[in-house]
Design a protein around this ligand. Structure first.
Ligand code: ADP
Ligand code: ADP
Length: 208
């Protein structure tokens, strides 16, 4: 099962991707997580993309496409995968169509006001990419990851200026992908407003 998760930043794609990946034992491939791991490890790629991520702009298509093309050649992706945050532009979607077949594109729908609430309360565990929310999905112990007890952080791009820019970038560059996948009869809308368990139930229904 080859899945693409679409939707604005903060819609809950990563949260659902983690659960779906576990449920179907397929890898959750988040381009954002891959970039952040490279920034943390101060790799060449990380140095190239840090300022772009901090500002909430998009990493150039060529770089992102190569990264995903390479990732999908790994053995664990042979039985299926979830692409979370890729494609984000029409050229990325065209490239993906050449190296992998997409079975479904799930479009996580959430109004802007809710997006802002979710992003401004988001906390992440940098080591694993696990995501929490101060109000909606708090960790067992404040500011600490449930599994490792390590500190949670606020992503630099979850500050107000970067949030505003990311929403604009989403509308200009990524939103056209909704029509792109709808035209190919691959699109399914998921109402992302309810609590995580209810969103997950919708997702399972669509995929079963
Ligand atoms: P995305 O990957 O689309 O950017 P995340 O999965 O990181 O979104 O979720 C954004 C924030 O919203 C996180 O803090 C997460 O804990 C919280 N969240 C995710 N899904 C829900 C939900 N259904 N209801 C309330 N909060 C949610
Ligand atoms: P969110 O779901 O909160 O928007 P992600 O973790 O998916 O965040 O992405 C974080 C950042 O990583 C993006 O703002 C962008 O700078 C970069 N990025 C991730 N995926 C892509 C992509 N497919 N194309 C270009 N840039 C990307």
């Amino acid at each position: 099962m080859n899945l693409v998760f679409l939707g604005p930043p903060g819609a809950g794609k990563g949260t659902m991707a983690t659960r779906v990946a576990e449920h179907f034992t397929i890898p959750h491939i988040s381009t954002g997580d891959i970039f952040r791991a490279n920034i943390k490890g101060q790799t060449e790629l990380g140095k190239k993309v840090k300022a772009i991520l901090d500002a909430g702009d998009l990493v150039p298509d060529e770089l992102t496409i190569e990264l995903v093309r390479d990732r999908l050649t790994r053995k664990d992706a042979a039985r299926g995968f979830i692409l979370d945050g890729f494609p984000r532009t029409i050229p990325q979607a065209d490239a993906l169509a050449e190296f992998a077949a997409v079975d479904r594109a799930l479009n996580f729908v959430l109004p802007d006001e809710e997006v802002i609430k979710r992003l401004s309360g988001r906390r992440v565990h940098p080591g694993s990419g696990r995501t929490y929310h101060v109000l909606f999905n708090p960790p067992e112990s404040e500011g600490k990851d449930d599994l490792t007890g390590e500190d949670l952080v606020i992503r630099p791009d979850d500050q107000e200026d970067a949030i505003r820019n990311r929403l604009q970038v989403y509308k200009q560059q990524t939103e056209p992908l909704i029509a792109y996948y709808d035209d190919r009869s691959l699109l399914v809308d998921i109402d992302s407003a309810p609590a995580p368990d209810a969103v997950f139930r919708q997702v399972l229904k669509v995929l079963s």
